[in-house]
Ligand binder design. Sequence first.
Ligand code: G
Ligand code: MN
Length: 258
Amino acid sequence: GDELMLKYQPIVDARTGELTSVEALLRWPSSSQGEISPGDLIPLAQESGQILALGSWILDKALLAAAELKDVPLAVNVSPVQFRHHGFATIVSDKLLANGIAPHLLRIEITEGVLISHLDAAKSTIRQLRQMGVVVVLDDFGTGYSSLSYLQNLDFDYLKIDKSFMKDLGRRQLATQIMRSVIDLGHSLEMKVVAEGIENDWQARLLQLLNCDYLQGYYIGAPMPLEDLQKFRFENDVREKLARATSAASGLPGTISG
Ligand code: G
Ligand code: MN
């Protein structure tokens, strides 16, 4: 059809390949222009004043999916405008109750953009969500302007490293060293670290070697309709692919152990 929809992308344990959560991603399949990315859609909704309605729709849709996924945690991207909107944590709490979803099965992904200019409000919303048991993820880490100062002030459960960092991984020593440092930084702040945008075996292998906790990207699985994800849960070749990656990546530049 031509309507807005959510697709679901698997996130796996970097060590075992086991499915550990799923990210809901907004899609607008338009016959004339191909898929329009959330990157374009969110600003559009923001300009037209429909961002809150869109955000609410996404959350409702995602929680219906969460009910079908049962024990698999579901991550939902929340725009800065929606996150900062007064009462956001209460809205989330009401929707969880209405859908019968345990709070620990919901992950809210926010970018640094949320924190710019309304830091105290953002802090308080993050605290409320975490008190409820909802998991809070700092998304697209490394692309903003003041990443490190935000980390000093805020409690996140997960750190998601932006996909732009993956391009030169295993090709350039410097890219690998930066990745190592970011993963270590996340761990020393007691966060779990997710790498997104994994497209090949050497990226997967290096991230394993650097002790990254979770992997997401086309190499693991593309965003897919919910029915396909339900199949993916029970039949996928991620475990085998990660094992193959282990042998394929030995000797790559930047593959330093330790
Ligand atoms: O970081 P953010 O949540 O904004 O990015 C999610 C987007 O990245 C989604 O639109 C998704 O389709 C896309 N994506 C998912 N996996 C990959 C990948 O392996 N490579 C690239 N280039 N994009 C990906
Ligand atoms: Mn995200």
